[in-house]
Design a protein around this ligand. Structure first.
Ligand code: ANZ
Length: 927
């Protein structure tokens, strides 16, 4: 029987499903290992060959770990709330749940085709009420908690209320809004219920406040910073503007330092760690107040260089700063308003990226320098960002490049504060303590100057040391339909939680998936949707990242109705040992997940500070587009003639993408091309060597480039085992690489060779029970070692080539010994699970599946050379090879050599004068 991938793969996929081969339980004394893939959003387009790359790698690792005796959790599910299903719903009226279910079915079918060892009994879907009930439950915990800086963890809000009741607001060290009130215990008790709630909202980890958001009118929703690219929405490329709105937010900044510290304890790719570090952006500096006596207020700035304070010659506010309106004089009003309008159109990223244009407006007002008491002008400019620090800076043109350019442009004073003439060196000169014109810090070192200034500012009550983080609190809401409802209702304008027993708060039905006429989110259309029939629910839904910020816990105990996961299951699985996914989630998902993980730990639900111990980013598989060349006529119009690549320079042509699925090894299938579209029926070809050769180019895999390859097609033609091996064979897992089917035949041939090792020339299954030779053992143990080392290093591509070498060696040795072949297929099983299952059964193993066999133990003895094939020369002429054990002494060698029949023949009866023997090298006989 020949290797028939179709019947073998169908048979085993059915077997695994019927027998729940990969169902995992916690009741075992094996050590646990948790392998997680970033779960997909089930889009309408289905999977292309790039998507399974990471899943194949994680599946190989999971299967390998099972063979190594681990209890492996390897689940899969769907991140199924999201915008595309909703956009589709708007266009077609189809409920997003229906499209989502259909897309999931298709994904499942495609995934099943590839033979993954997922424990499907643990599948989750974030859009199912059974799941999002717990996402809502976590929201409730977040709303019910505050961050205590003293204990450095989140605590239930009751502990804060207890403090308010006993000692008031003094002595409370909390991560909270800036404008918290000061009150005594008695004052607290005298507050009305509403006043108390309003105050508590400033401390809650999930809280509501007015914030500047990225508003995308075309999508009708707020976007996270990482969903905005160059001022346009990542999805759809629509313009995004800055707008102030009441928004649910998450106090992730409370965790900034822990998020930073945790990075040192996990094994993640360095670029990713660096991105998170920058995103968190810790800065050590000071906050300084510049009094504005006429308004009886202060402008607070954040600076990392308080030592340059004597060089401050003006202050600059972000155009959105709260004080701008009050500070603007009548004479400057028109100019200021025009400037504010202009900046509202720019996204923050654009503002940060633009370092060339100098723009700004004088407000007409002055503030007092906190130390010298001199008047300094107050300006607004868009290089100052509203959301960073305090949204205001003290400008030091002699220390900071941007301030310098600004001062030069608007002719503002520049005060030299170091002995350096050069602005680029001036700030560094001050770091060395070379201060001039700097009052009481002249002559001090940098650190002495900083300490003295902080002391002085504290005395004046005009400043203090401050650590600032670039990271902001995360907006937690979307004005869209297809997301988790926020379990909150409003009473007298204040948010209250629904009770835990009332969860899940189901997504109500609506007539259309569009905002209401009055501009409220789609949930505003739901009829009779009120809490206790009277209170309005929150109408925004949770953002895309809510469901994915805790999903690895749900896999541990996916059907639990009483808890997000039972304590025993969480204690058993702990955290994810290996996480594989795309690098595009560097600062979104991977930061939010770490945050929620830490939060749930603080409340005592588990003990792991970090959710994902080791992480690998798989590289993108790019498309390899094919081109044909349409000939143009004299007027430059396209004809229906197409010229092959090698001849195209002889014509005037334009390149056109052609579907890669009708191109084989760069040769166009002419008949398929002609029938692909009516206008091609009469196409004329200019061929080379009778073939039409296509041009190629590596591009993103996308429908518009006709270079999408569906894994189903590859599986159909070559089988899933070939696809799995081939995806790994393409190159190192982490690297980006083009999909190129040209080499797939080689992998397919390799599997056929594996099959033939077990079959005789007639195709009958035939293995021998004989003891293997040393050479056979050596080939086997080489691959055992190589595959094990490679898998442990996640170097999957290199073991694929090693497998090929091994099978070639065994083929040459004509090895069909059970003792070799059985171990070989165990080593190969993680990569090619179907063919190895089939061969395992043919070998007569009746345990049913190879999946839980034991990975063979490497024995280094087999790799030690014990024999050497000596070249035997007679009078210096090489005559033959003679294999001899390496541990023989001279006398024994002499005896064996001279007794050898071939040697006797060469000697032809002549007496031997001398035998020269060099161990491991040569034998020379002199006659
Ligand atoms: C005076 C000064 C003098 C500054 C000097 C720097 C050098 P990082 O390290 O990124 O935290 N800054 C503060 N808030 C800002 C805002 N909202 N938008 C734009 N810039 C802002 O940088 C902190 C420094 O960036 C602060 O220190 C402030 O300028 C500026 F020789 O204050 B510095």
């Amino acid at each position: 029987m020949d290797y028939n991938h179709k019947s073998i793969e169908q048979k085993w996929q059915k077997f695994w499903a019927d027998n729940q081969t990969f169902k995992t339980a916690e009741t075992t004394d094996k050590p646990k290992y948790y392998v997680l893939d970033m779960f997909p959003y089930p889009s309408g387009a289905g999977l292309h060959v790039g998507h399974p790359l990471g899943y194949i790698a994680s599946d190989i690792f999971s299967r390998y770990k099972r063979l190594k005796g681990f209890n492996v959790l390897h689940p899969m599910g769907y991140d199924s709330f999201g915008l595309p299903a909703e956009q589709y719903a708007i266009q077609t009226g189809q409920h997003p749940a229906i499209t989502t279910a259909a897309n999931i079915d298709r994904y499942r079918e495609q995934l099943d085709n590839i033979g993954f060892s997922f424990d499907w009994s643990r599948e989750i879907r974030t859009s199912e009420p059974e799941y999002y009930k717990w996402t809502q439950w976590i929201f409730i915990q977040l709303f019910n908690s505050w961050y205590n800086k003293e204990t450095d963890r989140a605590e239930l809000i009751d502990t804060l209320i207890a403090k308010f009741e006993t000692t008031g607001s003094s002595n409370i060290k909390a991560e909270a809004d800036d404008e918290v009130l000061s009150f005594t215990a008695d004052q607290w008790k005298a507050f009305s219920e509403e006043e108390q709630q309003r105050e508590l909202l400033k401390y809650r980890i999930a809280y509501l406040r007015e914030s500047t958001v990225n508003w995308c009118a075309a999508l009708g929703t707020v976007l996270a910073n990482d969903e905005v690219i160059n001022g346009l929405s990542e999805r759809g490329g629509f313009p995004v503007e800055q707008k102030k709105m009441m928004q649910w937010s998450m106090r992730i900044t409370a965790y900034a330092d822990r998020l930073l510290r945790g990075l040192d304890t996990i094994d993640w790719p360095e670029p990713l760690v660096e991105m998170q570090r920058n995103w968190i952006g810790k800065s050590v500096g000071a906050s300084v107040k510049f009094p504005v006596p006429q308004l009886d207020t202060n402008i607070e700035v954040f600076t990392t260089r308080v030592d340059t304070i004597f060089g401050v010659s003006f202050v600059v506010l972000a155009p959105e700063h709260d004080l701008v309106d009050a500070l603007t004089t009548d004479a400057q009003r028109a100019e200021v308003d025009a400037y504010i309008d202009k900046t509202a159109k720019k996204s923050e990223l654009d503002r940060m990226a633009d370092t060339k244009t100098v723009s700004g407006v004088f407000t007409g007002s002055y503030a007092k320098h906190p130390i010298t008491g001199e008047d300094v002008q107050i300006w607004i400019a868009d290089y100052v960002l509203a959301g960073y620090g305090t949204g205001a800076v003290m400008a030091v043109p002699s220390g900071d490049q941007r301030d310098y350019v600004f001062a030069k442009h608007f002719n503002l004073p520049i005060i030299a504060i170091s002995d350096s003439q050069n602005i680029e060196e001036a700030a560094d000169a001050n770091k060395e303590g070379r201060y001039i014109n700097s009052g009481f810090i002249n002559g001090l070192t940098y650190q002495e100057a900083v300490d003295a200034l902080i002391l002085k500012l504290e005395e004046l009550k005009l400043g203090k040391a401050k650590i600032n983080f670039r990271m902001r609190d995360a907006i937690f809401g979307r004005q869209r339909y297809w997301g988790e409802p926020v379990p909150v209702y409003f009473k007298n304008g204040l948010p209250y939680l629904i009770k835990e027993e009332e969860l899940p708060l189901l997504l109500p039905s609506v007539d259309k998936y569009l905002p209401t006429e009055s501009g409220e989110p789609p949930l505003g259309r739901a009829e009779n949707w009120k809490y206790q029939d009277q209170y309005d629910y929150e109408l925004s839904t949770m953002p895309g990242w809510a469901g994915s910020s805790w999903y690895w816990f749900r896999y541990m105990d996916p059907t639990n109705e009483k808890d997000f996961a039972a304590k025993e299951a969480v204690d058993y699985w702990k955290s994810v040992d290996l996480y594989i996914g795309g690098s595009e989630h560097a600062t979104g998902h991977l930061l939010y997940s770490r945050f929620w993980n830490k939060f749930l730990k603080d409340l005592g639900y588990h003990n792991e500070e970090e959710p994902f111990k080791k992480l690998i980013n798989q590289g993108m598989i790019q498309g390899r587009s094919s081109f044909i060349y349409r000939v143009l006529d004299e007027e430059g119009r396209g004809t229906n003639t197409y010229v092959s690549l090698g001849l195209k320079d002889q014509y005037n042509t334009i390149p056109l993408h052609v579907d890669v699925n009708i191109v084989y090894n760069d040769v166009l299938d002419l008949e398929k091309f002609k029938s692909s579209r009516p206008e091609y029926t009469d196409a004329v070809f200019v061929l080379e060597d009778g073939k039409y050769i296509c041009g190629t180019e590596v591009e993103k895999m996308s429908k518009s480039k006709f270079n999408v390859v569906n894994p189903d097609d590859i599986v159909d033609q070559y089988g899933a085992d070939t696809l799995r091996l081939y995806e790994m064979f393409l190159g190192p897992l982490e690297q980006a690489k083009p999909w190129n089917t040209n080499g797939i035949e080689g992998v397919y041939k390799f599997l056929r060779k594996v099959w033939r090792l077990f079959h005789d020339t007639e195709g009958n299954f035939h293995v021998s029970e004989e003891e293997p030779t040393k050479a056979e053992y050596k080939a086997l143990h080489k691959i055992i070692k190589k595959a094990e080392d490679d898998i442990e290093r996640f170097s999957f591509n290199t073991s694929v080539s090693a497998f090929m070498i091994c099978v070639n060696e065994l083929t040459e040795l004509k090895c069909n010994k059970r003792a070799i072949l059985q171990d070989l297929i165990i080593v190969l099983e993680p990569y090619a699970p179907h063919i190895t299952e089939e061969l395992w059964t043919l070998l007569g193993n009746d345990a049913g599946t190879i999946s839980y066999a034991s990975f063979p133990k490497f024995n280094p003895d087999y790799l030690v050379e014990s024999e050497f094939a000596y070249p035997v020369s007679i009078n210096g002429k090489m005559k033959m090879n003679l294999p001899l054990a390496l541990d023989l002494d001279n006398k024994a060698v002499e005896e064996i050599v001279l007794a050898n029949a071939d040697v006797q023949r060469y000697l032809d009866g002549k007496p031997v004068k001398k035998l020269i023997f060099v161990k491991g090298k040569i034998i020379n006989i002199v006659i």
